[in-house]
Each structure stands twice: as structure tokens, then as C-alpha cells.
Ligand binder design. Sequence first.
Ligand SMILES: Cc1ncc(COP(=O)(O)O)c(C=O)c1O
Length: 417
Amino acid sequence: MSENPAKLSLSNFLASEGRDPLQAPPSFTRWMQAGAWAVELYEPELLATADARTTITYNGKPRSVINLCSYNYLGLANHPEVIAAAHAALTTHGLGACGSPMLSGMTDLHRELERKIAKFLGREDAILFNSGFGGALGTISGLLRKTDVAVLDNRSHLSLRDGATLSRCRSEKFEHNDPASLEASLGRHKGKRQLVVIEGIYSMDGDFGNLEALIAVAESHGASVFIDEAHSTLACGEHGRGAAEKFGVEDRLPMTYGTFSKAFGALGGFVAGSKETLQYLRFYAHPYVYSCALPAVVVAAILKALEIGTSQPELRTKLWENADYFHQQLRGLGIDTGSSTTYVMPIVIGDRERMYRLGHELRSRGLWVAPVDYPAVPQDRICFRACVTAMHTRADLDEALNILEDTLVPGLVAQNA
Ligand SMILES: Cc1ncc(COP(=O)(O)O)c(C=O)c1O
């Protein structure tokens, strides 16, 4: 491939190249080498907790940074009581679960968490998965069949899209959050079983799912709706029950899926719903049946995180105050945050090379944001993603804003001149 490396993206290396699938395509390796300076921004080593200020490696050395990169929305990943709960379970239950939950990996702590998650969300039962990704993939692929249709928002997370692919059902997309587009998609497959797949908060755009309107369209077609509340469970809604609680639509959704890797500050996923459906799903979700259960250490930590997250609503209040403040200040600086109205905010740059150059500058000045490149977002929406948490102080946010102003704003002024 002799194209300008700056014009290529991950989508250019999906054709098979060479004779051996166990060898990386040589063109990809050359592309990586040419862009090594940009790739350096990925996989930095975190040398401490995912706190509001932390230390990562940069240029081979420890660098203190303001952390706008972690999903530790309520600060529970490093909460002393959460850590103590994990320590206690390590003593009583050891490290690994050493088996699938079906056979030997289920513990009393797993059962307790299933019950408590179900109660928290007002559902009959819950299933735990050892990853959020596996939970979404397993639930969608475990429930949909070849003759069904998955109707996904075009910004759906890959775990949901991969779940639909694995089920071998037909997949349809609709324009992000657009009821008219959903209407048209559903209309194309009248008479089939259809499942509309939406999210509470979209992980790249940081906007809410258009729940009310989309659910109404689905209902008018007799289609069920599956909601991914990965970024919203525990962090959104008066009691933390996610975007569905915030918008008053919980009763219209038969099931809730979420992850423990974000506001819970841990790892894993769950789905909560009716006893009968979950009993069926337990036998058909491959990532549940054929993969080791979450370690009890993690389950005990999640139990404590759930207790704190549900008994201390002030954490959510602080998170939203911080998000609102940061949004307001970014807007004041003329920085494009797209349609975000939450604690997940894209900082749109639009040009790949500029984004990576600025990414280095931000990191060297002590601000840690995530680079987000095409195809994760459209080419003209290449951005940084910033996540604000309840743990950020006003001083952390102001310092981050100063760094963003010094780094990004001169370019914006030049662009607009
Ligand atoms: C919307 C959404 N669903 C599912 C997942 C997968 O969750 P996990 O990272 O816990 O595997 C993510 C991860 O970021 C996500 O953003």
C-alpha cells in the first residue's frame, strides 16, 4: 500500500494479506512504524489508582496527570471501604473462582450480588458476567435467533453489534437517536421478531439515548427494547438506576444490562430481568456458561460499591455538578463537545494528525485524555474523550481547563480567522 500513511485508518487493514493469518499484514506493521509517534499515546501504563490525579508513564518516565480518562465516575475504584471489602474476600475466598459459574465458580458472594443487583433495579433476578463486553455479547447472542432482527442505533457499542453478528440474526441500523429512522427500519421487517437496541448514555458522544421517543416507536411495532446502561448505572438517575430511571421508562424495558467497570469502579457486567428469561439465558449465553466466573474479591468489592453508591447520593450530585461546570467552561472556550450533556465529553478536533500532536502536548503538560480515532468515531469527529468524575475538585477541573485553553484554543482562533 503506497498511500500517504496519514490518510489511512484501521479500516484499511481488514482484507487478508499474505498466506499466513498468524502473521500481521506487512502493510499494517509499516503503517504502525510510520505512525509510532501517535501510537505512543495508546496503552500508557497507569502507575497508581484511577484517581482524579494519578501517575502514568509518558516518554518512558512517570508523569503526574489530571485524569480525565478513567470511568471511575464515583471514585469507588479506590474507595477505602471497597478496597477493605476486597481484602477480606481475598482471605475468605482466595483469588480466582477457578471455574464457570455453572459448574464451580459460583460463590455465596456471587449469589448475594445477583440478589442485590436485582433488588436495586426492581427486577426478579440478575446474571453476572466476567466482563461487560461478554455480558452484552452473551445476552444479545443468547436471546436472538437466526430469524430475528436486531435493530441497532448506528452508534451502538461493538459488544452489542458483535452479539447480533454472533446470533446470526439480521442486523438493521437506524440513525443515532432518530425515531423516524427507527420507524423506517422496523417497517422493513414487519411480522418478524425485532429487538431494538439502545444505550442510556452513548460512550463516544456522551449524549443520552432518546429513550421516550424510541421506546414509543418500538412499542407501536410490538418490538422489545434492550438498553445498555454501561455508563449510566449507579451514576445517573435519582437512585442510580440509570437513564431509564432518569427518563421514567423503567417499566417499559423488560431488562437492564450494565457493567461494573465504570461507576462501580470494578470489572464485569450484569443483566437483570425476569426469572424465566434469565434462567433460559444462563444456558445460552456463551460468555456466561463457558468462561470463568468473576473472582470473589471483585464481587465483594462490587457489593461494597453498590452499598456506597446507593446510600450516598451526594456522590452523584457532585458528579453532575462537575460535569455541568466542565461543560459550561468548555463551551465558554469555544471547544466543540458535540451533543454531550453528561460526564462523558468528546473534545472534537476533526483532523487526525492535529489530534495526535495535541494529544502529546496535553500529556506533556499533565492532562490525560483519551485519543479517539476513526473508525470509533466518524473521520470529521476525531476527538479526545474526557470523563469527569465526582472526585475531581474545582482546582483539578480549572487546571485541566487552563491546559486545554493553552493547547487547543490558539488553533481554534487560527481556524476561525
Ligand atoms: C456502552 C458500552 N457497553 C459495553 C461496554 C463493555 O464494558 P466493559 O468495558 O465493562 O467490558 C462498554 C465499555 O466501555 C460500553 O461503553
